[in-house]
Design a protein around this ligand. Structure first.
Ligand code: 5GP
Length: 117
């Protein structure tokens, strides 16, 4: 939890207070399907603990946890997609961040559709 502040929505998911379609749970990380998917596979990967508001803070404070989060994303992508994926950390309101509890958007599956590459 984030000190005396209200728990974040993701802390409430981690605590089982808000239901979510979980895809992975470890001691320090949870991952679940986004409620408003933007890709065939759209999973939120986040620490259980919401004390770090964004990836810049997390990288400075606990780089091991950030590495754990990226490793979890790779394991999920291997399971749910062809193993190739986008990992997006919206950082700050102007960049579209709405939940101030660091999290990665794991996007995959069908991303090549419509590509000019
Ligand atoms: P942000 O905009 O902060 O980068 O991403 C927050 C993401 O969390 C959004 O994509 C939003 O759809 C997702 N989200 C917000 N509340 C919930 C919820 O209660 N359950 C689930 N599964 N996803 C949520």
């Amino acid at each position: 939890m984030s000190g005396t502040a209200e728990p974040t929505v993701f802390e409430r998911i981690a605590a089982g207070e808000i239901p979510a379609r979980m895809v992975l749970e470890t001691e320090r990380i949870i991952a679940f399907h986004d409620i408003a998917p933007q890709a065939p596979v759209h999973v939120i990967v986040t620490p259980r603990d919401g004390r770090h508001r964004d990836v810049v803070e997390l990288a400075a404070a606990d780089p091991e946890l950030l590495a754990e989060l990226v490793g979890a994303a790779k394991r999920i992508a291997d399971e749910l997609t062809d193993g190739e994926f986008r990992l997006i950390f919206n950082t700050g309101p102007a960049a579209g961040q709405t939940v101030f509890h660091v999290h990665a958007h794991l996007l995959g599956g069908g991303l090549r559709e419509g590509s000019l590459a």
